[in-house]
Design a protein around this ligand. Sequence first.
Ligand SMILES: Cc1cc2nc3c(=O)[nH]c(=O)nc-3n(C[C@H](O)[C@H](O)[C@H](O)COP(=O)(O)O)c2cc1C
Length: 189
Amino acid sequence: MKVLAAVGSPRKEGNTDALVSAILEGAASVGAGVEKVNLAELRIEFCDACETCIQADPNADYCFKEDDMRDLYPKVAEADCLLVGTPVYFFSLSAQTKVFLDRLLPFSSGERIRTLQGKKLALAVVYGDADPAAAGVSNVINVVRQAADYANMRWMGYICGQAENLGDVAENEELLDKARQFGVVLARA
Ligand SMILES: Cc1cc2nc3c(=O)[nH]c(=O)nc-3n(C[C@H](O)[C@H](O)[C@H](O)COP(=O)(O)O)c2cc1C
């Protein structure tokens, strides 16, 4: 059982990172293999919508672009669970997270759609607004949950926490505990 976490915040060791790390800690505590990638540290270009990836034969490269998705595609393909971590930015996903999801297009049709089928997909979200309804959290949840449905992945749900400044999640023991428990559930489900 392997969990791959993609963290979509540009803030190094920020709130998203702290939340995702606690989830991975929980998963690892019950024997899961875990890996975390920080999308902001990688070079991930926009999808050009050339659609070569969805017409190509399944043995061809995932995408012609020579960027860091080259390493990420096989990691996604090998993981049993993909954990997406994002802050709420303008009532939506961070741009880094969105570009990563767009670039999963090669898995969205043909033979390769089977690569994602049955894999678990989970979400970790942090938001600054005191009111989660005003923060836009539900928009983020809907995007990722619909992506799971589309790809026939197992939607494992989400964990979200209010956090504004650097260190807010790291100091929130209650949230961190919840996140560790979520990690245990992800690993065992
Ligand atoms: C460009 C930008 C847009 C933001 N938009 C929202 C928003 O729409 N709703 C919200 O509740 N918080 C918003 N925030 C606050 C972040 O979600 C919050 O500070 C979060 O803790 C950042 O997580 P991080 O430390 O992982 O980067 C925004 C922050 C930035 C920098």
